[in-house]
Design a protein around this ligand. Structure first.
Ligand code: COA
Length: 389
């Protein structure tokens, strides 16, 4: 079977932009193809992660971006899974290369959230809730996650200050990431004194609304070598759905994320201890705590210690570093692009292109991208350097 690798990556600016989605994509594509032949001479299929037509009244994003990339008559489709759409696009590209159907596939993601404003984005995101059980209550994404946060604080020793420290850590990482929406350091007081959104979550516990696009070229290892590209192996891919309504799930055992990640580990032939860095879906600070546990990095009830240095975490924690990009919280969270921005960060980390935010000696990365509230759907990937065992 051909071995799928990531051979190139690119992204647009993130945050509030004047560009429509197609132009954000063009910026990401131009970066990804800077040192490569024309996309029309290489790309055999396109998958686009995109959450909602509410932002631009535009569906057919697969066709649109294939056209925008100058591709003719390639298979092209939009992939939907709310905030996991980007990782689903990556997973489709990886499968196409692995099963030999295509040698080069473009996985991309785009979202133009700011055109709808915060209230429009809040409404669009609520479409990912169960319509019969949740939507008609008027609950929002921050208030859904606040319920998880309250439960987590009730069940564990974590405090609101611990959650704030996660935001501080991710902003510090983003300050070293030139791509970040919020490249600035903050302190704990800034988080704790920021405006309440839904208790216990405050403004600085939340990922922002923002625009952005990302492009990831997946090829066979042979083609990447022919193209003389630094390559990162996609060693494992796993996905799992869980009940769509939060009320139908255990709120602090993020079981879908656990299962999807175990599948990715199994395919890669590793366990959690082998992971040097992880980009996890920290849409709200409490998510990082919950996902550190689901990914097997932390014993149950201790995931909130993710901001601490490895030696200061509870027994049983691994040495993993979480979200060196700044995470969704501070790097940014343009929904359909997020899973691919995670892949971009891991590619830069594993090819020595992450500058002063490099995780020293990193050989193995986990990407964990979720859609809906919590793990309504989770997609996990394990990426490794070409040299990793
Ligand atoms: N973190 C840090 N700063 C933020 C921020 C965030 N999440 N969101 C906004 N800001 C800043 C803005 O840059 C702006 O700063 P400025 O005045 O210096 O320009 C200020 O706070 C106000 O921004 P605004 O966009 O008016 O905030 P808002 O009140 O409309 O929205 C939230 C804030 C938290 C409600 C909104 O960002 C949100 O809904 N986030 C969650 C999105 C979500 O659910 N994603 C899906 C999860 S899977």
């Amino acid at each position: 079977m051909p071995e799928p690798v990531i051979a190139s990556v690119g992204a647009s600016p993130l945050g509030r932009t004047d560009l429509p989605g197609r132009d954000l994509f063009s910026v990401a594509l131009a970066e990804a193809f800077d040192d490569l032949p024309d996309p029309a001479d290489l790309v055999e299929a396109v998958y686009v992660g995109n959450q909602s037509e509410s932002y631009e009244h535009q569906i057919m994003y697969g066709t649109l971006l294939a056209e925008w990339a100058g591709l003719r008559h390639v298979p092209a489709e939009r992939v939907e899974g709310c905030a996991a759409a980007g990782a689903l696009a990556l997973r489709h590209a990886v499968k196409d290369v692995r099963n030999g159907e295509h040698e080069a596939v473009l996985a991309c993601g785009v979202e133009k959230m700011t055109s709808a404003g915060t209230s429009g984005a809040t409404d669009a995101l609520s479409a990912a809730f169960d319509r019969a059980i949740e939507q008609r209550s008027g609950i929002t994404a921050p208030s859904q996650y606040a319920l998880l946060g309250q439960r987590y604080l009730h069940e564990t020793d974590a405090t609101e200050r611990d959650l704030a420290e996660i935001a501080v850590k991710n902003h510090a990482n983003a300050a070293r990431n030139p791509r970040a929406q919020f490249p600035k350091e903050i302190d704990v007081a800034t988080v704790l004194e920021s405006d309440p959104v839904a208790p216990p979550l405050k403004l600085f516990d939340c990922a922002p609304v923002g625009d952005g696009a990302a492009a990831v070229l997946v090829t066979s290892a042979e083609l990447a070598a022919d193209l003389d590209r630094p390559q990162v192996r996609v060693a494992g891919s796993g996905a799992a759905a869980n009940n769509i309504a939060v009320a139908e799930r255990d709120m602090t055992d993020i079981a879908g994320a656990r299962v999807a990640t175990e599948r990715a580990y199994e395919e890669a032939g590793i366990d959690a201890a082998a992971v040097d860095l992880a980009e996890v879906h920290d849409a709200f600070t409490v998510c990082e705590a919950l996902l550190a546990e689901a990914a097997g990095f932390a014993p149950s009830g201790t995931g909130y210690q993710s901001y601490r240095a490895p030696a200061e975490r509870a027994d049983g924690w691994t040495d993993v570093q979480l979200s060196p990009s700044g995470g969704l919280k501070a790097r940014g969270h343009p929904i359909g692009a997020t899973g691919l921005l995670q892949a971009l960060e891991a590619y830069e980390q594993l090819t020595g292109a992450a500058g002063d935010r490099s995780v020293e000696g990193a050989e193995t990365a986990l990407l964990l991208n979720e859609g809906g509230v919590g793990d309504a759907v989770t997609v996990s990937h394990v990426l490794t350097t070409a040299e990793a065992p």
